[in-house]
Write a new protein. Structure first.
Length: 311
């Protein structure tokens, strides 16, 4: 892996990257002493360490306790363990994948568990961050809460001395923003961050899947809603797209699947007029030196693997 860091975004989008675009932050600082709330900062005890957030939010972030914030080590067929310390079988020489869910869901979501299973099958250490109570109906509050979640993830990495060059943060929707908060605290040392469902370019490599808008199969039917807490069409479209993004990432890890995206316009991509030498594979096997804004397509249903778009 070397010293290179990559941030990858899927803007449906899928976003990917690490520390080069934004390597410093004054969002949170670690301090000692009693907690304090004043006009400029808000402090919580996070894993027995006082973390202070500068007030750059509309809503006051909730504390880890108010959110029921917890970490779950995923151990595949052996089940899960809810703990902040390292499990007995933790191997620091392997990649550590930390999955952070987004708005209106939690770690029980089947798509999140599928992602965890896939990463575990790769031999990686897998940690799920559950902040479901903090990702509730109030979007402004949930958006503010990502600061607390990011600080929590950062402290898990620091307290357990997990090698930065082995860390891959994977966030869905607001979970991607929480991953970015953790990355900022780490001052760009996190090896890789992958985010899904971002509205704007956010990483070294930004991939707009299926044009970056409504995803195939995300047709609203009030008589047959998908298994998420989405009640209105606009919410449904966004939530469905976020979950599709996770499914695409899982699909990209299959040995016989390579999802390709090309650096050109969406119109040219649809007409298969993109230059092959400007195409990359996106998803799990994205090369760390990939950069730019790309477009790609998937099949309309599982299996999603499809690689049109280049001459």
């Amino acid at each position: 892996m070397g010293g290179h860091h990559s941030y990858y975004c899927s803007n449906m989008a899928v976003c990917g990257g690490a520390g080069k675009r934004d390597t410093t932050s004054d969002a949170l600082t670690s301090r000692s002493g009693e907690g304090v709330v004043n006009a400029t900062s808000l402090c919580f005890a996070i894993l027995a360490v006082k973390m202070c957030m500068k007030k750059r939010f509309d809503k006051r972030p909730e504390s880890p306790g108010d959110m029921g914030l917890k970490s779950i080590w995923f151990e595949g067929s052996e089940g899960i363990k809810e703990q902040t310390s390292l499990p007995d079988k933790f191997d620091k020489t392997k990649e550590t994948d930390i999955i952070i869910h987004g708005y209106l869901v939690d770690t029980s979501l089947p798509e999140i568990r599928d992602l965890a299973s896939m990463l575990k099958q790769k031999g990686n250490n897998v940690l799920l961050i559950d902040w479901g109570k903090g990702a509730g109906v109030n979007y402004r509050q949930s958006s503010s809460n990502v600061q607390t979640v990011g600080a929590y993830v950062y402290m898990i990495l620091v307290k357990n001395k997990i090698p930065w060059d082995k860390v891959h943060l994977i966030g869905q929707g607001l979970g991607a923003h929480a991953a970015a908060e953790a990355g900022k605290l780490a001052k760009g040392k996190v090896n890789r961050i992958t985010g899904y469902g971002m509205k704007k370019p956010c990483g070294h490599l930004d991939v707009y899947v299926n044009g970056g808008r409504r995803q195939p199969g995300c047709t609203y039917n009030p008589k047959n809603p998908v298994r998420i807490h989405a009640l209105k069409r606009a919410t449904f479209d966004k939530a469905c797209g976020h979950l599709k993004a996770v499914a695409y990432f899982v699909e990209s890890a299959r040995d016989n699947c390579k999802l390709r995206a090309c650096e050109c316009t969406w119109k040219k991509f649809l007409a298969s007029k993109c230059s092959r030498d400007k195409c990359v594979y996106w998803g799990y096997d994205t090369k760390e030196d990939s950069a730019g804004t790309y477009y790609g397509v998937t099949a309309t249903a599982f299996p999603y693997c499809r690689t049109d778009g280049s001459e």
